[in-house]
Design a protein around this ligand. Structure first.
Ligand code: NAD
Ligand code: WQD
Length: 334
């Protein structure tokens, strides 16, 4: 089975390429390298010991997608823009890449009669929790343009399935992916100042940044700091392989990919302290605008439908991130 992996050179895409190859799939990466590079695919090649075919292309280029899709059986669609803050400043870019890009992909797939798709959605589609843990039945309500683009695409996919029930679509709602491949060859490498907690902590640990800013310690959580459901990126990648394996049945199903446990910002700093062997300095800052106090998944549908559950611990997540950080960025730009 040959899989077109859009955004396959990115953080989650590159880890998924490794697991796809491990599971015996053929793949073709389609990426414009706007937030990644050829180097990442070379690292994937090193891990799996074989060449990774790729096309440099944009998901908004329908004709190029049609060519890329020839001979493919299914698509995993990672390509997109993912920064909540940037989406508030540049909403049209987000609608263009995430919504129009997906529309182009779906049209190209329809033309070639390729009707199996795994789509990267996000827990952000749930908005402020009405209850926790989030089940897939929780009402959907985006609270920023990035989340809105994910929600619009989800709705587009549900409408498509209603119009043509021969499609097989898995919408995967990721919680907070962190960590890196155990080889230390691939991982999350944000450009500039990291927006997300884990890469920021790792950069403090390696000496690239002075201290961690903890955004708020007055939330109604166990220690006052924000609580999230962190999931190891390798577990997440394996979830995609499992999703592909159930795409022989026509459907349009949304599934949470989370670990089902909440950890606070201070829990994560504490866990990272253990793996890097020092107490990382941090400072309490005001809450970050738009943040939710606490959310975590009910992962039982994934267990039931995909026979998948997150196996790796918070310590594994921190250890692998630290390994990636010291192997790749020790002392750079200090
Ligand atoms: P990433 O930025 O590392 O990977 C995205 C990849 O898509 C990059 O390689 C980038 O070059 C490529 N890309 C971007 N625009 C493109 C375009 N127009 N044409 C072709 N390629 C393009 O991001 P990631 O963390 O790996 O996220 C992958 C997907 O998962 C995204 O759709 C993201 O919204 C979603 N997601 C991510 C998270 C997270 O916390 N990382 C959480 C939930 C959902
Ligand atoms: C985690 C916790 C912060 C940075 C985002 C997107 C979401 C999804 C995953 C794509 C929060 C706190 C953070 C820092 C901190 N992406 N924090 N200091 O906001 O839960 O989710 O990434 O779909 O849509 O919104 O992740 O890592 O930014 O924050 O104290 O320097 O860490 O307040 O409680 P978030 P995050």
């Amino acid at each position: 089975m040959k899989i077109l992996v859009t955004g396959g050179a990115g953080y989650i895409g590159s880890h998924t390429c490794v697991e796809l190859i491990n599971a015996g799939f053929n793949l073709l990466v389609y990426d414009n390298f706007s937030n990644s590079s050829r180097q990442t695919l070379k690292s994937v090649e090193k891990i799996v010991g074989q060449e990774i075919p790729y096309i440099i292309g944009d998901v908004r280029d329908e004709a190029a997608l049609e060519n890329a899709l020839i001979g493919c059986d299914a698509v995993i669609h990672f390509a997109g823009l993912k920064s909540v803050g940037e989406s508030v400043v540049k909403p049209l870019s987000y609608y263009d890449t995430n919504v129009y890009g997906t529309l182009c992909l779906l049209r190209a797939m329809q033309k070639l009669q390729i009707k199996k798709l795994v789509f990267s959605s996000s827990a952000t589609v749930y908005g402020n929790p009405e209850f926790l843990p989030f089940t897939e039945k929780h009402p959907l309500r985006a609270t920023n343009p990035y989340g809105e683009t994910k929600l619009v695409v989800e709705e587009m996919l549900r409408d498509l399935y209603v119009s043509d029930s021969t499609w097989a679509i898995m919408i995967l709602r990721y919680f907070n992916p962190i960590g890196a491949h155990e080889s230390g060859l691939i991982g999350e490498d944000p450009k500039g100042i990291p927006n997300n907690l884990m890469p920021f902590i790792a950069q403090v640990a390696v000496g690239k940044r002075e201290k961690v800013s903890v955004f708020g310690d007055d939330y109604p959580t166990k220690d006052g700091t924000g609580v999230r459901d962190y999931i190891h990126v390798v577990d997440l990648a394996i979830g995609h392989v499992k999703a592909l394996q159930v795409l022989n049945k026509t459907q349009c199903t949304a599934i949470n990919l989370g670990a089902g446990k909440g950890y606070s910002v201070l829990d994560i700093i504490g866990a990272f302290n253990k793996v890097c062997g020092k107490d990382l300095p941090y400072v309490i800052m005001p809450r970050r605008s738009g943040d939710i106090a606490e959310f975590y998944s009910d992962p039982s549908l994934a267990k039931e439908m995909l026979c998948w559950e997150a196996k790796r611990t918070i310590d594994d997540m921190c250890q692998s991130m630290w390994n990636f950080q010291i192997k790749n960025f020790k002392g750079h730009e200090v």
